[in-house]
Design a protein. Structure first.
Length: 462
């Protein structure tokens, strides 16, 4: 529990009560919602119930419709029999139906969705239902699904699909979905990317951090790391109970408070930045490309930065800053080295800014900044929403950040899935990570302020 709390997890995706699923070589079913719920609640997390994991096998070992209906009734009844379980966020009828929906069911998935949705509503009239959870974004699949769901009154309250084909696709796919909602006359739905990052990305912090940055910009409600390997490791964030390199990127991300600011990505680099007006701190987690790099923050008061230097931790490198006019540039003193992660190594602390100053930092394609849900401290609204992805940012040569910080929406949820289904899609045995490692995450905490300034500050990595 203590090692999970710093990550501020908000969303878990788990197998249903009484399930038979044995994931990734596990000798027995693991991750039952009834077992996980108490610990999830203790750290402020809610649960999406992956109902298809009631069956063993992957693709799932379907039986028949009467048995499926009975399973639905029993898993919902099991949760209702536990009044202490109050953190179920959504029921997810099926997982990756584009290739796991059983032909033995005798009906196509769209019809199977209608039957399953209606059965859930017989005993659970109010809880959100999430779907369709396709294995990838396909506008034609989604158009067919949503059109049928709208016609039959079975639209999901949360729309979900998986991003397992590389971080480069995320922004375009989310925008394509929003365009499809408008085309079909469907009110905007929360988006859950409830599996993301392919095996070559999942344990490379910088790669996964590209997902996080895009989830922030595009307003994704929650996102879960894909469960490719062994259970019980927070999807690779822990090894033998100790943090991996990816863990620290998520912790740095979880440490951010205040307002998300705009970050403009370039071909290789991206980041998530935040400014907290209460503590007068600016924090940036960035990366993507190894080698010499600079981070530029515009409009933050050069005079003050000469006295209060930004502090940066990027891999094992050391950085310094120089001031040009009204912006500061953070530069490496040497090229990043691909050295082993040191367990227990902590990021730099944020530094306090003088009172009465109101800096804003910018960064990229984020059209609106989103307030981090500090309300959880005051008990107002749900716990902090964040997106969890195993990613650390790496400094690079060609990324840019620019824009304004404006509090608006709740932040995407830091999330994970563990003890759920499959390691692999075709053979049922887990895949090996094929991607080479890349430099560790970079975090900068700065005391940048702009006395009397109302224009936005800008952060640029290049």
């Amino acid at each position: 529990m203590s090692i999970m709390q710093p990550l501020k997890l908000h969303q878990l995706r788990q197998p249903p009560p009484l399930h038979q699923h044995r994931p990734n070589g596990a000798p027995a079913p693991v991750g039952d919602t009834l077992v996980v719920a108490a610990n999830a609640k203790a750290i402020g997390a809610v649960i999406t119930v992956d109902m298809a994991d009631s069956f063993d096998g992957f693709p799932y070992w379907w039986t028949n419709w009467n048995d499926w209906y009975s399973r639905i009734d029993k898993m919902i009844a099991a949760v209702k029999a536990r009044p202490d379980i109050t953190n179920i966020d959504a029921w997810e009828p099926w997982n990756e139906p584009d290739w796991t929906w059983p032909s033995a069911s005798g009906v196509p998935f769209n019809e199977g969705w209608v039957r399953t949705y209606q059965r859930i509503r017989q005993s659970e009239p109010n809880q959100a239902i999430m779907g369709p959870s396709y294995s990838r974004w396909d506008v034609n699949w989604m158009r067919s699904f949503l059109g049928n769901a709208k016609a039959t009154g079975t639209l999901p309250q949360v729309v979900s699909w998986h991003e397992l084909s590389g971080w480069q696709q995320v922004t375009g796919n989310v925008r394509a979905y929003r365009a499809l909602e408008r085309e079909l006359g469907i009110s905007p739905r929360p988006i859950s990317i409830n599996e993301y990052a392919m095996p070559s990305e999942i344990d490379v912090p910088s790669s996964a951090n590209h997902y996080v940055a895009q989830f922030e910009r595009e307003g994704v409600r929650d996102a879960e790391r894909a469960f490719w390997y062994e259970w019980g490791t927070l999807n690779g964030l822990l090894h033998n109970g100790r943090p991996t390199a990816s863990y620290w990127m998520y912790k740095w991300y979880a440490d951010q408070t205040g307002n998300i600011v705009k970050v403009t990505p370039t071909t290789s680099n991206d980041g998530v930045a935040a400014y907290d007006p209460g503590s007068r701190t600016f924090s940036l987690v960035f990366g993507g490309q190894s080698g010499d790099n600079s981070i530029r923050v515009d409009g933050i008061g050069a005079g003050l930065l000469r006295d209060r230097h930004p502090r940066v931790r990027a891999g094992l490198g050391t950085h310094h800053r120089r001031v040009r006019g009204d912006h500061a540039v953070v530069e490496p003193l040497h090229r990043h080295r691909r050295e082993p992660h040191r367990p227990g190594r902590q990021p730099e602390r944020q530094r306090r800014l003088p009172p009465d100053d109101h800096p804003e930092v910018t960064g990229a394609a984020l059209e609106t900044g989103r307030r981090l849900a500090d309300e959880r401290q005051a008990g107002g609204g749900p716990p902090l929403s964040r997106t969890m992805s195993s990613g650390s940012f790496q400094a690079g040569k060609d990324s840019a950040a620019s824009g304004c910080s404006r509090p608006k929406h709740a932040r995407p949820r830091l999330a994970a899935q563990d003890g759920g289904h499959r390691a692999v899609r075709q053979q049922g045995t887990h895949r090996e990570v094929s991607g080479a490692g890349s430099p560790a995450a970079a975090q900068t905490s700065s005391s940048a302020v702009m006395p009397g300034q109302t224009a936005p500050a800008c952060a640029t990595a290049f």
